[in-house]
Ligand binder design. Sequence first.
Ligand SMILES: *Cc1c(COP(=O)(O)O)cnc(C)c1O
Length: 393
Amino acid sequence: MTDRDLSRETLTVWGGEERYLVDRATQVPVVHSVSFGYDDVDEWLDVALGKAEGHIYGRNTNPTVDVFEEKVRLLEGGEAATSASTGMGVISNTLYALLRPGKRVVSVKDTYGGTSKVFTEFLPEYGVEVDLCDTTDFDAIEDEVAAGCDLLYLETPTNPTLKVLDLERLITAGHEHGATVVVDNTFATPINQNPLEMGADLVVHSATKFLGGHADALGGVVVGSRDLIDRIYHYREINGATLHPMAAYLLLRGMKTLHIRVQRQGENAQQIAEYLQSHEKVTTVNYPGLPSHPQHDVAKRQMRGFGGMLSFSVGDDLELVKKLIPNLRLAHAAANLGSVETIVGPPATTSHVEVSAEGRAALGIPEGLVRYSTGIEAVEDLLADLDSALSMI
Ligand SMILES: *Cc1c(COP(=O)(O)O)cnc(C)c1O
């Protein structure tokens, strides 16, 4: 039986683990060594030149980090994977490795706040042209791609308004015009969506979120063809945003339960979204699993589950959010998502903390929104908590 024959449920547990088990240990070691020693200089040279497998220096590669990359690679179904110290580390290394002055990027307005900053603030200073389209105007995205596009950057579902992009349609458009297509799959996770299977060239994750799932380690990972991953790896090994072996271990340990966590979070989120939709004080609910969601059919086609993220508003000003959030007992008010505990926050302090109020308005991010990252708690408790918090405003 090869890894190819194994289901995702099994791969989250076993995938990539055998390679570095030492002295009959059943668990992957955390290799804290900065460097790796060689008595034979010829062997050392071969490893240095990539002619033989092995490790030389921790900024480049590390056994624990290798196992983490391999597990995500298997789950996303790609040829190769590489990692970075954070999600933004992997996203910026991907962009800077593949783009040069004169290149053109097409993306959408609703990308993660940090990514959006790279597009609007940094890349233009390096002579890279970036055009951000209205996120669900697929015709406009196709038109921009047709006007010339070297890299098409997509993210779905989006943060924090849970818009869904039609991946098959946009990936096809990107490839017709010779673009490299990158998809941020953080919200969906490889359990619910595999962009590479839909033809994307690269899939990126903030492993900090659902992959790790316990809010205790930062990390990022990118999966795709050997050729593209080699270029990104080379850029990252020199620039140095290396994933720490201890973080890699925590992410690996978290990933063993990825499948059951994501399944439970999705079930909880569906019930909570339905409850909120019927609540008189709630004005909007964004969740791709609701039939009323504008791209519900697209989500049904390309996702195996709708995920644990939702957002809602109780009117359109931040003051109401400020009143509501402290009333929730079973939710950390924090700038994170995808953990076993429920987490809430407004976009102004979470996904779009890097963006000014005017910037958020320009990107169409409402100020009165509450982002709700559903945990694995009993849904009855979460519903009762929301009910009581809403009754107090
Ligand atoms: C958090 C996040 C990122 C950035 O990841 P970090 O690990 O915080 O650097 C990128 N994309 C999405 C969708 C995210 O939620």
